[in-house]
Ligand binder design. Sequence first.
Ligand code: IPE
Ligand code: IPE
Ligand code: MG
Length: 245
Amino acid sequence: MSPTNTPGPASVPAHVAVIMDGNGRWAQARGLPRTAGHKQGAEAVRRTLIGAGDLGIKYLTLFGFSAENWRRPESEISALMGLLRIYLRSEIAELHSRGARVRVIGDMSRFAPDITAMIAQAEDLTRHNTAINLTIALNYGGRQEITAAARTLAQEAAAGRLDPKAINEALFETCLTTAGMPDPDLLIRTSGEQRVSNFLLWQCAYAEMIFTDTLWPDFDRHHLEEAIVEFNRRQRRFGAVAGAR
Ligand code: IPE
Ligand code: IPE
Ligand code: MG
């Protein structure tokens, strides 16, 4: 991309969410085990975070492991957990030095205690950072998140602390794991698949979706910039009529 069509700060989406897909196919294409693709995928996370920070993206949300990914072979899951440990150990200090605020969304109850402890430490260490908000979705499912929010509100109502008539979108949002974050403006999915796979179902109500054939381990700043250029070609209407006042 030439520097002339590099997006300027005014045209950069505030929140970019990414379904990082295609690690396994990247590895298979090279005759490598799927794990090699996941390892390479961690490098793409690094590049994307740095690129997003440089571009002025304030929120970057990455789908790392879905609630449905437990259906994978035990060997792949344990390799993924191993890589998550390595990533947390090696990257947190740098993320902190880059001013990234790290958050993890998803159900942590199935993760090993050493992993949840590292996540808690990372969230705590980076709590006051403001350069970029990095949210990693782990054991995350949009339906599970919405169900949990409904359960919380139902419990409050059943206990007499909440009038069901007071439940509106704004209140519902406060019960989601992304409470307080703006909705994604742009959702990117790599690897050619064109589906949402249970990611941020509520939050992506009006996200622009960009599907790229690039496999996640090959994704870099250039692909991110290309997606933003495409995002800027879109006309967002939010249900209204174009140009109407
Ligand atoms: C995405 O890559 C990473 C995770 C879901 C953990 P995949 O592992 O889904 O790679 P493909 O889709 O099989 O190529
Ligand atoms: C979605 O990818 C989950 C992540 C990227 C973490 P999958 O590879 O699990 O999605 P499906 O199974 O192809 O829909
Ligand atoms: Mg996949």
